[in-house]
Design a protein around this ligand. Structure first.
Ligand SMILES: C[S@@+](CC[C@H](N)C(=O)[O-])C[C@H]1O[C@@H](n2cnc3c(N)ncnc32)[C@H](O)[C@@H]1O
Length: 186
C-alpha cells in the first residue's frame, strides 16, 4: 500500500522547515536523565535536538524509510512499530512527545492509551499538533485530504478528552502560533 512518508522520507527534512518553538524544552521538562520517546517521530527532525538532553532518545515510527533518516542523525535509537501497539513495556519512558503526527494516526484513541501505558509514573506526555481553527491549517488539512493522506485533525479539547479517557489530567498550552500543546503528567 502507498505510504506517503515512505516516499517523502529522503526529502522530508528539507521539505518540512517548520521552526521548533524554543519553549518546547520547558514544556517537555528537559533536560532529564531518563528516556525520551518520540512517537511518530519520523526522521527524528524534532528529537534530534534532544540528543544531549536525555539519557536515551527513542524514535518510534511505522515508516522504515523515515527511521533510516533518523538513524543517520546518530545517538537516536530507532524502533519500528505502530503507536496503537507500542513495542515497549509499561512505564518505559520519562518523557513522550508526539509532534505533527496524531492527526496521521489511524487509531488515535488507542495510540493515546498506548502512550499513557508506556509513560513512567512521574513522566510527562506532550502532544503538539496544528490548530484546525486557523485558516492556514485548514489549507494544510485540505491539501492532505487531496493527497489522500487520511489525516484527521483534532481540537485541543478533543485530544485532552482522549488523554482524560485514559486517566490523566491534560492541560492545553497555546503558543500563539498555528500549533498547540496538550500536556499531561502521569
Ligand atoms: C508528519 S510526520 C511527523 C514526523 C515528526 N514527528 C516530525 O514532526 O518531523 C508523521 C509521522 O507519523 C508516522 N505515523 C503515522 N501513523 C503511524 C502509526 N500508526 N505508528 C507510528 N508512526 C506513524 C508517519 O510514518 C510519519 O513519520
Amino acid at each position: 500500500m502507498l505510504d506517503h512518508f515512505d516516499l517523502l522520507a529522503p526529502i522530508y527534512d528539507r521539505l518540512i522547515k517548520l521552526p521548533l518553538d524554543s519553549e518546547f524544552n520547558r514544556i517537555l521538562k528537559l533536560p532529564t536523565d531518563g528516556r525520551i520517546l518520540d512517537a511518530g517521530g519520523g526522521t527524528g527532525r524534532v528529537s534530534e535536538r534532544f540528543k544531549t538532553l536525555a539519557r536515551d532518545v527513542v524514535v518510534c515510527d511505522f515508516s522504515l524509510p523515515m527511521l533510516k533518516q533518523a538513524l543517520k542523525k546518530g545517538k537516536l535509537l530507532s524502533v519500528r512499530g505502530s503507536v496503537d501497539k507500542l513495542p515497549f513495556p509499561d512505564g518505559s519512558f520519562d518523557r513522550i512527545l508526539v509532534v505533527d503526527a496524531l492527526h496521521h494516526f489511524k487509531k488515535p484513541l488507542a495510540a493515546v492509551g498506548e502512550l499513557v501505558r508506556v509513560l513512567k509514573p512521574g513522566g510527562r506526555l506532550v502532544i503538539e499538533d496544528f490548530d484546525i481553527s486557523r485558516f492556514v491549517v485548514k489549507l494544510i488539512a485540505w491539501a492532505e485530504t487531496l493527497a489522500l493522506m487520511g489525516s484527521h485533525f483534532f481540537t485541543p479539547d478533543q485530544i485532552g478528552k482522549m488523554i482524560a479517557d485514559h486517566g490523566l489530567t491534560p492541560a492545553i498550552v497555546r503558543n500563539g502560533k498555528a500549533s498547540f500543546w496538550v500536556v499531561a503528567d502521569k
